[in-house]
Write a protein that binds this ligand. Structure first.
Ligand SMILES: [Zn+2]
Ligand SMILES: [Zn+2]
Length: 240
């Protein structure tokens, strides 16, 4: 199993990642990827880039070094209503919006009920494409309730390779999430969440887990170029 597009990566613009956009794209080209999404952190993450950064992402060619470069963000979920830290007027011009809950940024005391509510509201957000690394134990949600609803609304559920290294306490939930996706035929997207160029396209731990639960290839949106392009087409995103 492999990915043909890495749709969750960070550059030095996030200030806790260490490669430039050019280095990340070059790494994607070297690994033969069709696409890479640059998804630096939304405003609420300390050290994240400002409004002008996201508004000027169009400066980067849509295809560079033979790689389709999707301009995006990893927006922060700020509360249990599913409010994001980026305004719709900025999100509407981005091609790839991931919504993630991060420790310390989501206000209020978490409960399964409240986190479920946040994700059900995010299912209705027209700008969100992906629910990022949602296995965090503190932010556990009702998978049986949320995942079919995300799928119905065309949202992708992320299996994040970085989780297997930096969020090990989430791994058990990731297996459960993947199993619920398999059960309901919900599309997932497997990403590196690379913070350095050598990690671009690196998803071996995520794939190992998916193999163990016999996860169907055809539900991995970015494991096949024609499937991924079809998703882009359906979402009105240019292929080149
Ligand atoms: Zn994240
Ligand atoms: Zn990330």
């Amino acid at each position: 199993m492999k990915i043909i597009a890495d749709t969750h990566t960070h550059t030095i613009a996030s200030t806790h990642a260490f490669s430039t956009a050019q280095e990340m794209i070059a790494a994607a080209a070297e690994k033969g990827l069709y696409a890479i999404a640059l998804t630096d952190h939304g405003y609420a993450m300390p050290g994240s880039p400002g409004k002008w950064y996201f508004e000027c992402l169009g400066t980067i060619p849509s295809t560079f070094n033979g790689v389709r470069v999707l301009k995006g963000v990893e927006a922060n979920v700020m509360d249990f209503d599913g409010t994001l830290d980026m305004k719709d007027e900025v999100l509407k011009d981005l091609e790839w919006v991931i919504a993630s809950i991060h420790y310390g940024l989501c206000k209020g005391k978490a409960s399964v009920e409240k986190t479920t509510n946040a994700y059900l509201n995010l299912a209705k957000n027209p700008y969100v494409k992906v629910i990022g690394h949602s296995g965090t134990p503190k932010f556990k949600y009702d998978y049986e309730k949320v995942i079919p609803e995300l799928a119905r609304n065309g949202k992708l559920i992320e299996i994040n390779d970085n989780t297997f290294y930096s969020r090990k306490q989430s791994c058990e939930n990731c297996v459960e999430i993947a199993k619920v996706c398999k059960k309901h035929g919900a599309y997932i997207v497997v990403n590196s969440d690379a913070h350095f160029s050598s990690r671009v396209g690196h998803c071996s731990s995520a794939f190992e887990m998916l193999r163990e639960i016999d996860f169907p290839q055809e539900l991995i949106i970015n494991s096949d170029e024609s499937r991924f392009k079809e998703y882009l087409r359906q979402n009105g995103i240019s292929l080149e």
